[in-house]
Ligand binder design. Sequence first.
Ligand SMILES: O=C(O)CCC(=O)C(=O)O
Length: 301
Amino acid sequence: MKDDDATKAGFNATTIPWTAPDLIGFQRESVPEYVADPTDIEAFQRDGVVIQRGAFTDWVDTLRAGLSRNLSSPDDYRFPCDSLPEGTPGRFFDSYCNWDLIPEYRDFALNSCAASMAGQFMLSSRAQLFHEHAFLKEPGTQRATPWHQDLPYYCVNGNQTASIYVSLDHAESDVAVRFVKGSHSSGALFYPRVFMDGSSFNVDDATMQAVPDIDSDPESYDVLASALEPGDAIVFNFRTLHGTTDAPLKALRRAFSIRWLGDDVTYCVRAGETSPPYPGIDLQSGDLMREDWFPVIWRRS
Ligand SMILES: O=C(O)CCC(=O)C(=O)O
C-alpha cells in the first residue's frame, strides 16, 4: 500500500509505510562472524571511519542485482529519489529502507558478516539493523554529494553507530565518498542537507549548526579520500562528516550502505522531519529502538 499522505518534498517522497519485517528463516546463530583486526577497531574509534578492503567481494553480484531490482521499478520501493535537476547530464539516484522488500538486500542484511562487523567496530554487545541505503551515480554526473553527517537526518541518538558502505564499482579517489577523520568526536551536529542542491533544512533545530565549508579550507581537515574497488567496505560512525567532490563521473558508481545501531542508541524526536519519518513508531525520546521494527541481527557471544 502506498501512503500518499506521506508525500513530501525531495528525499522523503511518497513511500510505503515501515512495519515489522518478516524474519521467517532467519537464525541469529548462523550469522557469520567477522574477524576484525584490533588495530582497525582502534582506528574506527579514533577516526570515526575505517576501510575494510575486499570485505564483501563475494556479495557484489548479489547487491548489484538488488540495486537493479530497485532501479527497475523505483516507485515500488521506499524513498526513490533523483537528485539532479532536469536536463542535467547523468543520474544521481538513491533509495532506502527496502531490505524487507528486496530479497538480495535482505540476504545481505541477515546472512553476511556485516552485522558482526558493525557490532565489533561499535564495541557493542549487539548490532541492531536500522536500515539500508543504495546509491547510484551514472557516468557524466557532475554533482557533489554535499558534506553531511547521517545522525542529524535520523530519529536516533548515540555514539555506538556504524554504517557499512559497500562499494559496488571501481571508483577513483576524486569521485569516491570522502570522510573527515575525527569529525565524529567533536560533539557538533550539523543541519541535514538536501542532496539536490546542498541546502540545509531543519535549521530551527537549536542543537545543530551549518556544515563548515570544508573544501575552502582543506588544510584544517584530515580528509580520507581513497579509490575503492567492488567489495571494499568503509565503516563509519553516523556522526562522521562525509561527501564527495563534483568531479565528473567517468564510469558507473554504485554503492550500498547498511546502518547499524549499538548498545547506547536510543530514539530521539528531532525538531523537524527525520529520514525516514517512521509514522506510528510509538516511541518516546530516550527509548531503545523497538526490536520488532529494527531487529537485532548479531549478539556478542
Ligand atoms: O555515495 C555517496 O555519494 C553518498 C553516500 C552516503 O552519504 C552514505 O552512505 O551515507
